[in-house]
Design a protein. Structure first.
Length: 442
């Protein structure tokens, strides 16, 4: 798995041009921020035996274009952090100035404050440390007897600023407003008939157990069970801190290779099920006009007893503007089925709106969240080899029974996926900042 070791977009280029091949690898793992007259930048902090040959005190004028890319990146970070700090002050002023502010508006303001608070705090901390760096630089120039101590303290502060800027890039690149939301999980049998439905049921139980291990609340909202205990479709709500952010990368096509219980000749079959993870909004986030909903009732099908099968307790909602259809039949009460159907519809509408907003912001960059209808598999469960392989990061784990129990094995894979997703987001952010810099030069 690749790793960004530094925020600088020019470090590797400079190392390749300043050092011969024999010394390059020795120096590449010992990098830090250094100060040179006229500004601070990234350079190689060389081992002692190499300093006499390749001591980097300042960069020649011929590297000015490469250095400007890093300076542009710093400017992007600074602008974003200052904007967050400004937003925080404006929101706090609104809270303090309006005594008669509505509960709805107050809740929305606090939600935005929680979202931008980490960036605003980073902005203030970085500015304080940069001010201290300037003061120490001035002290080093004016007081010769204090020069060594001042420069040592300055270098320490510059390393801290480096770390804070890397943290800022992670916040700016990865932050998704929906990550703190609860989640709706939808699992559907795809190719493979009865075996696909059985696999969908296995996945449903896996996520239910995983939620239990994480102390999240798991509630089945809707499921259609077939005659062998498989699920044609299953929908559940998962409530807990940051559920959507941790589970969103489970969306996609899951493939199973095993001998079905219905197979008499012992042949291995390949079946698939789709998983979609949707952020579950608070009730205030999505307002559904009653006139936009077509409400139908019908008799429930499948297991459930005499009452369920002889009364019109099942509910079907059709959202006229979008054509979305939600059907729920699990409860004996028509009112409870209707409430669950509205909850699912809210999540679907919220996710559609969120994805559209993201598409507008990142110019139609491919999204990996909540689609559940991709043709390419994301993960294979091979029972003959007792192996689970996630094809997005080429990671294989062994022990399918343990994995399906929702224990540490599943948590390890999900954490690895999230880490890789964060690194991709950071690379995209760096690429975007470079493009913005190129456009400004033009």
């Amino acid at each position: 798995m690749s790793r960004l070791r530094n925020l600088s977009v020019v470090l590797n280029t400079l190392q390749h041009e300043l050092l011969p091949t024999a010394d390059r690898m020795q120096a590449i793992h010992s990098t830090r921020t250094v100060w040179y007259r006229g500004g601070w930048t990234w350079a190689t902090w060389l081992p002692m035996k190499m300093q006499s040959r390749y001591l980097v005190q300042s960069f020649p004028r011929c590297y000015s274009k490469k250095l400007s890319q890093h300076q542009q990146l710093q400017e992007v970070i600074a602008d974003e952090l200052k904007f967050a700090s400004k937003q925080q002050k404006q929101l706090e002023e609104r809270i303090n100035a309006q005594a008669s502010i509505s509960t709805l508006e107050r809740k929305e303001i606090y939600k935005n404050l929680r979202r931008i608070a980490p960036l605003a705090k980073l902005s203030d901390t970085i500015e304080e440390k940069k001010q201290a760096i300037n003061e120490l630089e001035q002290l080093a120039n004016e007081e010769k007897e204090m020069r060594e101590i001042a420069l040592e303290d300055r270098n320490k502060l510059m390393s801290e600023v480096n770390a804070l800027e890397q943290e800022a890039i992670k916040e700016l690149a990865v932050n998704d407003e929906a990550d703190d939301s609860n989640a709706i999980i939808e699992i559907r049998a795809a190719t493979g008939g009865l075996e696909a439905a059985l696999f969908a049921a296995d996945l449903f139980q896996m996520y239910k157990r995983y939620a239990s291990h994480r102390n999240w609340k798991f509630e089945a909202l809707s499921f259609h069970e077939n005659e062998v205990g498989g699920f044609k479709e299953a929908i559940a709500s998962i409530v807990g801190a940051g559920v959507f952010g941790e589970m969103k990368l489970e969306s996609g096509v899951h493939r199973v290779q095993r001998v079905p219980i219905t197979e008499s000749d012992g042949r291995v079959h390949t079946s698939t099920a789709t998983v979609a993870i949707l952020p579950q909004p608070e009730e205030i986030d999505i307002v559904i006009n009653k006139n936009d909903i077509k409400f139908d009732t019908f008799r429930a099908q499948g297991a459930g007893g005499q009452h369920v099968n002889t009364t019109d307790s099942a509910v079907r909602l059709t959202h006229i503007p979008t054509g979305m259809i939600v059907a729920v039949q699990e409860e004996k009460s028509q009112h409870r089925n209707k409430a669950k159907a509205i909850q699912i519809l809210q999540a679907k509408l919220f996710d559609e709106q969120r994805q559209q907003n993201q598409t507008d912001r990142v110019h139609a960059r491919r999204q990996q969240i909540g689609t559940g209808a991709r043709s390419e598999r994301i993960r294979t469960y091979n029972y003959q080899q007792d192996r689970i392989t996630d094809h997005r990061i080429n990671m294989s784990l062994y022990g399918i029974d343990d994995f399906l129990s929702g224990n540490e094995s599943l948590n390890h894979l999900m954490s690895s996926l999230l880490e890789e997703n964060r690194m991709k987001a950071i690379r995209n952010f760096l690429d975007d900042s470079k493009r913005r810099g190129s456009d400004s030069v033009k």
